[in-house]
Each structure stands twice: as structure tokens, then as C-alpha cells.
Ligand binder design. Structure first.
Ligand SMILES: Nc1ncnc2c1ncn2[C@@H]1O[C@H](COP(=O)(O)OP(=O)(O)OP(=O)(O)O)[C@@H](O)[C@H]1O
Ligand SMILES: [Mg+2]
Length: 491
């Protein structure tokens, strides 16, 4: 049969990998799941361990960047064939990965908000986006499989609202022994720990079913079906994103969830956990990653809720006891926003509970130019052409706005940029770069963002002429500056 004869339906069906689909749909009893975990203890990893293994699964290579050890390949965007790659920034990315790996080993960062901090448009959102895509894709692989459970009672199916780990169903008395067995079998990676409690709704069912079966745990567990699930930002499973809106309008239900008033009638009380919707961002993100955009714009009370959740690995839904969470909490903030709060008392408390990772602009020309080549290379612009050196000029212009004037009078700022790019100029070589960087520690945290340059190149391309030259782009860059509010200096 040729392609022409096949129905579109068959074509769609043939594109699916049956085996993979079947694996994703795995479900079984708690006993079957425990057998699976015993065989592969990695199924019981916590969110930090899974994220850090995901990063390692993409591999790394030695970095050629000053101060960085490794370049982590996830940030080359293996999913979008490089369309969302982060160029340069090997150092900050390595620091981020090292922090996540320490958290996976339980060394402390797992109890902090990890904060990406940098000037506007320095790829903070791009970095988080890659982590999210990475988690989604990893959860579909054999290596990254993860499981949750549902209750089946009286013909109803009640899914674990937070996609909790089925191991939380184990009685406390058994946990230490189970952990020991799993860790004895685990060949590599940090130890597995069974931490946390069932959420209030599951706890309700757990107690109810134990009571129904006269305290027989095994019989109560007959009502449990374990199932594999897949992390998906779109479906709000394992990835939550929070963006502050109107300051007056925030309340903690957005983080945890709210009472479902329609169901109060059914259950008779607003303190019945079955009448609560655990759909706040921190609930949604359980087992995966919670992203907080512009975290410093959060109202103070809110920020404390967030810091508390991070430190305790628990949230406090209205009217209910603390509820365990297992997720990586990652915030980002702009440099201007951060500076505005630098003198605020709140900052002290905040700084103490966060791990800040600076994400600066590129200072190396060859990294910066790749940002523009990706978007404006001639093959991406049918019918138009960009004259040679145009994008290089734009990148140089951008890098120059981010540098401090060298104090050494025999070195000009353009030469400095070339030095930072690994070239040697008039008696200066790579060995001088460390010294120069030390003398100007704020370089990369000010200047003009790639986003602005992208917009101005696009503006130049709108003109009627078929070829855009370096002069057109420089004109466009300069012309835009009069409207640019973020021209800042290194004061
Ligand atoms: N190092 C980089 N590598 C690749 N692209 C970059 C880099 N820095 C910035 N960009 C590009 O600049 C644009 C802005 O990036 P992004 O939105 O990730 O920045 P941001 O730090 O989140 O900005 P904001 O502070 O305004 O939220 C994107 O088009 C991104 O691809
Ligand atoms: Mg952003």
C-alpha cells in the first residue's frame, strides 16, 4: 500500500510507538509496584534527584569558558534542534547544575528557593523552559518513569490530588526497612528516602478504608491502583508556574488551592478534605518543578508562604494540616527589581533562604553573535539578505554596552571585548582576562539585552531594500535608544 492509499487516521496511528504507549499506560497493584521499585529503586527518587539525573542524562562536555568546568548539553536544546539553546553562560549553568546535584544528595539546597538573577533578557526564562521541557521528556522515558496512585472505592476513582508517590502509603514502621532494602540495591546516585505524608484527602481515604476493613492494611491497599504518569506543563501535571499579578489580588489559595463550594453540600463541611481542590501552583508542581516568575514582585506575606514551603517541604492549605510537597522551587528576578529591594529588611530574610545564581549577559562576542544568527541567518529569511558582518557588528555593539572602560590606558574597550572573546591584542593575552574581570565585577549585569538587539535587527529588516547592511542595523540600534528606558550604566 502506498502512502496515498492510507487514511490519515492510519497515518497518525502508525506514527505512534505502541510499545512506548503501553509502557506509559502501566498500572498495577501496590504490591506489583513495590516489586517494580525493588528491581529499580530509582523509581523512588525525589524531585531533585530526578531533575539532576535528567540533566546528567543529556550529558556534558568540558567547557572552554573561563571559570566553568562543564557545559551541560541540555542547554543546547536537544528537543527543539537548538532553537531555544542558551549560548555561552557555561559558568552560571554549571553552578545551577551543581546546586541541583547538591540538593539531590540532601546537602541543603533542597530547602532553599533557587533564584536566577540577572539583567532583563539574559535568558533566565529560557533556562527554566529547557528544564521544564527536559523534565517532560524525561518522564516519558524508561529512565525517568514516575508513578502515582488512585483510590478505587464504591465504583469511584479518586486520583491522588498531588500525584503523590505510592510509597507514601507504606506504614511509618516499615519505611526504614524499605529504604534500607532499596538503597542496598541502588548502585549509583544519592540515597532514596521515603519522606512526607499523604495529602489530607488521601489521608481521609486511608483512614476510612482501614476502618472499613477492621484495620487490615493489606485489604485497605486493595483499593489502590498505582499508575504511571507523565509530566506536562500544558496539562498542569508536575509543572506549576506562578506569575504575580495585581499586588492587591494575591492570596495564598493560588499556591495551595481552595475549597470547592459546590462539594461542601455533598460532604456537609468545609473542613472535609474531599471538598478541597488541591490545584494551587505548588500542588500542581508536586513531583516536578515550580517556577516563580518575577518572584520579588510577590507580596511579602506571599513570599513568606513560599519561603516556608521551601524550607519545610510542606504547604498549609486553608483549614488543613501541613501537606507534604516534593518539588524543585525555582524563581527568577530582574537585576533592577533585586536592586530596588536591596535595602529592604525583607531582603535579609529572603537572601538567607535563597540560593542566588547570577545569569549575566554574554561578554563573549562569539556567543552573542549566535543568538542573532539563529534568528536572522539568510536561509531563515527568504528573499532578503543580511550583508556579511552585519550580525557580528550588532553583537559587538551589544557586548560593548556591557563592558566597563578599561582602566589601563593602553587598552581600548574594543580590544577588551576581543580579549574577552579569547583573542590576543597588542601585548595582552588570555592571562590578563582574570585580572580585568576581577576589576569589573558588575560587567554582564548591565548594558543592553539581546532582546533589544533582536527587535532592532527585525526593525531594520522591515525596510524595502533586499539587503540589510551593518550600517542599517547600527542606525536602527541607535535610533531605538531614544525610546529605550533601560540604558543603564555601571554606576
Ligand atoms: N545567552 C543566551 N543564549 C541564547 N539566547 C539568549 C541568550 N540571552 C538572551 N537570549 C535571547 O534573548 C531573549 C530573551 O531571553 P529570556 O526571555 O530567556 O530572558 P529573561 O532573562 O527571562 O528576561 P526577563 O528578565 O525580561 O524576563 C530570548 O529571545 C533569548 O533567546
Ligand atoms: Mg523572563
Amino acid at each position: 500500500m502506498s502512502h496515498q492509499d492510507r487514511s490519515l487516521f492510519d497515518l497518525a496511528r502508525a506514527s505512534l510507538d505502541r510499545e512506548a504507549q503501553r509502557a506509559l499506560a502501566w498500572e498495577g497493584t501496590l504490591a506489583e509496584y513495590l516489586a517494580l521499585v525493588e528491581e529499580r529503586p530509582q523509581l523512588a527518587r525525589n524531585a531533585f534527584q530526578r531533575l539532576s539525573d535528567m540533566l546528567e542524562s543529556h550529558g556534558s562536555r568540558p567547557s572552554s569558558e573561563r571559570g566553568a568546568r562543564r557545559r551541560w548539553k541540555l542547554f543546547d536544546d536537544p528537543f527543539g534542534s537548538g532553537r531555544d539553546a542558551v549560548f555561552g553562560l557555561d559558568g552560571p549553568l554549571d553552578e545551577l547544575v551543581a546546586t541541583l546535584r547538591a540538593a539531590a544528595r540532601g546537602l541543603g539546597p533542597e530547602r532553599r528557593v533557587i533564584l536566577l538573577h540577572g539583567p532583563v533578557g539574559s535568558a533566565k526564562s529560557t533556562i527554566v523552559r529547557l528544564l521544564k521541557r527536559g523534565l517532560e521528556q524525561y518522564s516519558r522515558t524508561d529512565e525517568g518513569a514516575l508513578f502515582t496512585f488512585r483510590w478505587e472505592v464504591d465504583g469511584q476513582r479518586i486520583p491522588s490530588a498531588l500525584h503523590q508517590d505510592p510509597l507514601l502509603l507504606l506504614p511509618h514502621a516499615a519505611r526504614a526497612q524499605v529504604e534500607a532494602r532499596l538503597n542496598a540495591k541502588r548502585r549509583r546516585g544519592p540515597a532514596i528516602r521515603i519522606e512526607g505524608e499523604l495529602d489530607p484527602a488521601s489521608r481521609w481515604w486511608y483512614a476510612e478504608l482501614l476502618a472499613r476493613h477492621g484495620g487490615d492494611w493489606a485489604q485497605a491497599m486493595e483499593h489502590v491502583r498505582v499508575q504511571r504518569f507523565v509530566i506536562s506543563e500544558e496539562d498542569r501535571v508536575g509543572i506549576g508556574t506562578f506569575q504575580p499579578k495585581d499586588e492587591k489580588n494575591q492570596d495564598s489559595t493560588e499556591l495551595t488551592g481552595d475549597i470547592d463550594y459546590r462539594r461542601i453540600a455533598e460532604f456537609g463541611s468545609d473542613s472535609d478534605p474531599r471538598a478541597f481542590n488541591f490545584d494551587g501552583e505548588l500542588c500542581v508542581a508536586n513531583r516536578g518543578l515550580a517556577e516563580f516568575i518575577e518572584v520579588l514582585k510577590l507580596d511579602v506575606a506571599f513570599l513568606y508562604d513560599l519561603l516556608g514551603a521551601t524550607q519545610e517541604h510542606a504547604i498549609k492549605p486553608k483549614k488543613f494540616a501541613l501537606t507534604s510537597i516534593d518539588e524543585v522551587i525555582l524563581g527568577h528576578t530582574n537585576e533592577p527589581e533585586y536592586r530596588k529591594l536591596a535595602t529592604n529588611e525583607l531582603m535579609e530574610a529572603f537572601r538567607d533562604r535563597t540560593i542566588k545564581i547570577d545569569v549575566p549577559y554574554n561578554l563573549a562576542l562569539s556567543d552573542e553573535v549566535q543568538i542573532y544568527r539563529r534568528q536572522f541567518s539568510s536561509e531563515r529569511l527568504p528573499g532578503r539578505s543580511v550583508a556579511p558582518h552585519t550580525l557580528e557588528m550588532a553583537a559587538l555593539w551589544a557586548v560593548l554596552t556591557r563592558l566597563e572602560e578599561p582602566t589601563n590606558s593602553s587598552l581600548g574597550i574594543v580590544q577588551k571585548a576581543r580579549l574577552y572573546d579569547g583573542q590576543s591584542v597588542q601585548g595582552f593575552g588570555p592571562e590578563h582576562v582574570t585580572e580585568l574581570r576581577k576589576a569589573a565585577p558588575r560587567e554582564g549585569l548591565f548594558g543592553i539585552s539581546p532582546r533589544y538587539v533582536q527587535d532592532r535587527i527585525a526593525a531594520a529588516l522591515v525596510s524595502e531594500r533586499p539587503t540589510v547592511t551593518a550600517f542599517d542595523v547600527l542606525d536602527s540600534l541607535e535610533a531605538g535608544l531614544t525610546h529605550h528606558s533601560l540604558v543603564s550604566t555601571s554606576d
